[in-house]
Ligand binder design. Structure first.
Ligand SMILES: [Zn+2]
Length: 451
């Protein structure tokens, strides 16, 4: 809100409250969406690295996201349901499952909860009622709207005010709206059509607007005032100003202390869109032979407020750097040194504390690798840093057999014992690809480096 870097001071020093605007689940999440979730992950890990406990909520928008920014058009989830011949819930369940799998492969820390909007309809209605009591709402033929002129400082985040915004340039004019910025809190179901997801309300059958979902889930699960709210940079203009107007209008309290907006990922130097054929998911990245860790490392090559351009060449170069890092670490010999290098860790943390400067933090990693420190000290230092980096460095530590290979061999042995031979074979192949082989005995197995 201040448009400058501020010191972080939590409301309650024992627990930082944080909310991230999550995915709309009528489609796959692409590598650009995950840049924002990666930002949240780095914030959580950095806070934890500095001794804070974090309560983090990510929502799943499984209704009410319209095809048009001006609260017009159809619910995208219903459109997808119709297209795929499934119910809205089936569509949402499917994309949530894919999202959670990708979330996991990218080693993003699980939040306290992933909240589904459809589980909070009652609370949303109560919040709209509170806004109604306080005089912030009006009803039109198609819904209940928020009167943004009633909320002082509405344009503070976006720079838009009821006076300077001109409606109609990009979106169709809704004649019944009092001001261009006004937005729907509740939309009525159209008379003629029955929707998959519609609910009774004091104003009529319909469904909640997208913005009210986040205000409701943030305040229900966390508190009326929270520390950090994260989202993509596009939310700075409409979604977050609306969340703020709803929450502060209803409670009269300050809603969020720190808004953090991540810059969108570019693809091939431009916008990512299905129509342009450059809409890439984590699965697409894996299908090209890269790993989610390559993508994770790629995200770290730019500061979150800087632009970052995704191309297969840039991903390849992230892959090369990460492979080099893993290779160097796998070659280290462990001695009986037991302490990480404190000076390097402080330098690393200073980069994080400086508005999450990941490129600088990564530069400290390379400094450690190139330093004259004892190899064991390097390992311990990197393992400590990996609490934030989340690159699975421990899988590559191990003087003879890397831990990752040992873990795989153990898993394979378990499968063999249970007679699940196809799975055991898949793992044998994976171990082999990593340059190792397994020899089975009667009661035990041995892992060796391939000659
Ligand atoms: Zn949101």
């Amino acid at each position: 809100m201040s448009r400058k870097i501020e010191d972080f001071k939590p409301i309650n020093p024992d627990e930082v409250l944080m909310y991230t605007c999550g995915p709309t689940v009528y489609d796959y999440q692409h590598v650009g969406n995950f840049r924002t979730f990666f930002l949240s992950d780095i914030i959580v890990r950095t806070l934890e690295f500095n001794g804070y406990k974090v309560k983090h909520i990510i929502n799943l928008t499984d209704l009410g996201h319209l095809t048009d920014d001006a609260d017009e058009g159809q619910d995208k989830l219903e459109v997808a349901a119709e297209k795929e011949g499934k119910s809205a819930k089936e569509v949402a369940d499917f994309y949530i499952k894919v999202f959670l799998k990708d979330y996991d492969t990218l080693n993003l820390k699980k939040p306290f909860k992933f909240t589904r909007a459809t589980d909070y309809i009652k609370e949303m209605i109560e919040l709209i009622q509170e806004l109604e009591r306080k005089g912030f709402t009006y009803v039109t033929s198609d819904g209940v709207y928020y009167d943004t002129s009633k909320f002082e400082g509405y344009g503070q985040m976006s720079g838009f005010t009821p006076e300077n915004v001109k409606e109609g340039a990009r979106v169709q004019v809704n004649e019944q709206k009092r001001h261009a910025n006004d937005f729907a809190l509740w939309k009525f179901s159209p008379d003629a059509s029955k929707r998959w997801q519609e609910y009774d309300s004091p104003w009529g059958v319909g469904f909640p607007g997208w913005h009210i979902e986040c205000s409701t889930m943030a305040m229900t699960e966390l508190d009326e005032s929270i520390d950090i709210h994260v989202g993509g940079e596009d939310h700075k203009m409409i979604h977050h100003p609306n969340e703020r107007a709803q929450s502060e209008g209803a409670t009269g309290k300050h809603f969020v202390n720190y808004w953090v907006h991540g810059t969108h990922l570019q693809v091939d130097g431009g916008r990512m869109a299905k129509s342009l054929g450059n809409f890439y998911t984590v699965s697409d990245v894996e299908a090209k032979g890269y790993t989610a860790m390559d993508l994770r490392f790629f995200y770290m090559t730019a500061h979150y407020r800087s632009s970052l351009n995704f191309t297969w060449e840039s991903l390849q170069s992230a892959h090369n750097s990460l492979k080099k890092l893993y290779d160097i670490i796998s070659g280290y010999k462990e001695t009986d040194e037991v302490e990480p290098d404190q000076a390097s860790i402080e330098k690393f943390n200073a980069a994080l504390e400086s508005d999450l400067n990941m490129p600088k933090a990564i530069a400290v990693v390379w400094e450690v690798l190139k330093s004259q420190l004892d190899e064991s000290v390097k390992i311990l230092t990197l393992l400590k840093m990996d609490e934030v980096l989340g690159l699975g460095i421990e899988d590559y530590v191990g003087f003879q057999i890397p831990q990752k290979v040992q873990n795989l061999a153990k898993m394979r042995w378990e499968y063999r014992r249970q007679g699940i031979f196809d799975k055991a074979d898949v793992i044998r192949k994976e171990i082999s690809e990593m340059g190792f082989e397994v020899e089975d005995g009667k009661t035990d197995y041995k892992v060796k480096r391939k000659l």
